[in-house]
Design a protein around this ligand. Structure first.
Ligand SMILES: Cc1cc2nc3c(=O)[nH]c(=O)nc-3n(C[C@H](O)[C@H](O)[C@H](O)COP(=O)(O)OP(=O)(O)OC[C@H]3O[C@@H](n4cnc5c(N)ncnc54)[C@H](O)[C@@H]3O)c2cc1C
Ligand code: SF4
Length: 477
């Protein structure tokens, strides 16, 4: 047990810095940018926590991690104890610690942030998860096969999970923990959803997803890849074969600009561009997947997907990697850390500018973009100020690759084959507070319900749905 610090002593400690690859070096490789905290730095950072009585940080966490409790263990250098607390509420802490927008969740409400920097909760989450993975404990009760429930309890059910993104993986883990037999059906040949095909290796190394999936398989969860629900098998067939179904198939259908020139050679949706690189390994010299490596790449959009695409273009060798966004930097939805890293890496930002036309040469290849300057008007429905075109401000931007990263929506492939499924006007599945749809026993969560959202919200839905499915199966027994 270490000596307890006073509030004053805690307040005197400055936030640690995250070690990272130098910008010029990392802009030419796909290795992880952030290198992670060491043990001493983690202990020091955890000591900054004031152990507030009302624990606002927990309210800020969509999966309700008991933050002060795990931080206290870190401050005592009891990393195994910290991991146990963290894992109890967060199925994928090594992932959440890397990609969660903590700055607008737990850290934005951290009391330490009122006078200076909040506690680096995300970095500590990542540290603890990585430490635990590097120091595996002997097999625990969690690794027992599924289907075993305490004597006298109702028997576990059989649950189908559609999609192996963070929503599906979390639901599968929570269901397996309480003794249900779970099968995940995944359309692609690999698991992880956006974590694998969208978020690049330099932010989220793929071996971390492999590790989490291996943990799930050790718990008895079955995973069937290359199964497109809605084609290979229908939702109705799954509902016949299983006691309940959790649909977490994401919102992976790209939205396009709708401007002339979008069919030119060299125009990609961000979805295709990132999938070629991340899932198919196009960045590796030995990969057979082709990808254009332009001298000037322009990416349209201001979210995480746009930032990931433009930073990928830079790493693929673009001399000019440009992000064009129609609002100002303040309105960019991308994580602050990613914007900052992009700036350090030499990404050019053309803000308050919108594409009017993608221009081609006489062979049908992209040669540039006709852009228009914008100004900010009144706030729109999203609360952000609306971009308004400035007459006569058009200009040409030379480029040989254009990547459209302005959002995605629900893919109707699954939902269109299930006519009883209640959808909203955007094609997202409607659910109640238990994440159940109008079809009894059919639950849904993540991006297919919310539209493009976040990893932790998908995980939160997976957790809520798993608890509801457990209650549903019990009520039928
Ligand atoms: C490039 C990019 C970067 C992002 N960066 C961040 C970030 O930094 N932080 C953050 O919090 N969020 C980020 N997001 C958003 C986040 O990744 C998503 O909100 C989250 O992955 C949604 O999880 P999900 O489980 O609902 O769906 P997904 O992750 O989309 O997974 C759905 C899975 O279902 C599978 N599937 C689809 N249809 C079928 C079918 N018919 N049958 C079987 N399987 C099917 C898909 O192949 C996929 O594997 C990012 C998104 C993108 C695209
Ligand atoms: S709000 Fe910040 S200082 Fe207070 S308990 Fe949570 S992490 Fe610690």
């Amino acid at each position: 047990m270490t000596e307890k610090l006073t509030g004053k002593q805690r307040m005197a400690i400055d936030r640690v810095k995250m070690p990272e690859q130098a910008p010029a070096v990392r802009a030419e490789n796909f290795e992880e940018v952030n290198l992670g905290l060491g043990e001493d730095a983690a202990v020091e950072e955890a000591k900054r926590c004031l152990m507030c009585k009302d624990q606002p940080c927990i309210q800020g966490c969509p999966v309700g991690v008991k933050i002060p409790e795990f931080l206290e263990k870190v401050a005592e250098a009891d990393f195994a104890g910290a991991a146990e607390i963290l894992r109890a509420d967060n199925a994928l802490p090594a992932i959440a610690g890397r990609v969660c927008p903590q700055e607008v969740q737990c850290e934005v409400v951290c009391i330490r942030g009122k006078k200076g920097d909040p506690v680096a909760i995300g970095w500590l989450e990542r540290f603890v998860a990585d430490w635990a993975d590097e120091h595996p404990a002997p097999p625990t009760s969690e690794a027992k096969p599924t289907g075993k429930r305490p004597a006298g309890d109702v028997p576990g059910g059989r649950v189908a999970v559609v999609g192996s993104g963070p929503g599906g993986l979390t639901a599968a883990r929570e269901l397996a923990r309480v003794g249900h037999e779970v099968t995940i059906f995944e359309a692609l040949h690999a698991t992880g959803g956006v974590l694998r095909y969208g978020i690049p290796e330099f932010r989220l190394p793929k071996h971390i997803i492999d590790r989490e999936v291996a943990n799930l398989e050790a718990m008895g969860v079955k995973i069937e890849c290359n199964v497109v629900v809605g084609r290979t098998v229908t939702v109705a067939q799954l509902m016949d074969q299983f006691d309940a179904c959790f649909v977490a198939n994401g919102a992976g259908l790209p939205v396009f600009l709708g401007v002339p020139g979008e069919n030119l050679i060299g125009v990609y949706s961000a979805n295709e561009y990132l999938t070629r690189v991340n899932l198919m390994g196009a960045y590796k010299p030995a990969s057979a997947t082709p990808i254009l490596r332009g001298a000037a790449a322009v990416v349209f959009g201001g979210g995480n997907t746009a930032m990931d695409s433009v930073r990928t273009a830079k790493r693929l060798g673009a001399e000019r990697a440009i992000l064009a966004y129609r609002r100002s930097r303040k309105e960019m939805p991308a994580r602050t850390e990613e914007i900052h890293h992009g700036e350090q890496e030499g990404i050019e930002f053309i803000l308050l500018a919108n594409p009017l036309e993608i221009l081609g040469d006489d062979r049908g290849w992209v040669r540039g973009v006709r852009m228009q300057r914008m100004r900010l008007g009144e706030p729109d429905d999203s609360g952000r100020r609306r971009p308004v075109p400035i007459e006569g401000s058009e200009f040409e931007l030379p480029a040989d690759i254009a990547v459209v990263a302005i959002g995605t929506r629900a893919n109707p492939l699954l939902t269109s084959t299930c006519p009883d499924l209640k959808l909203n006007k955007w094609g997202n599945i409607e659910v109640d507070e238990n994440r159940m749809n109008s079809i009894p026993g059919l639950f849904a969560g993540g991006d297919i319900v919310r539209g493009g959202a976040t990893v932790i919200l998908a995980m939160g839905d997976g957790k809520t749905a798993a608890a509801s499915i457990d209650r549903y199966i019990r009520s039928k027994s």
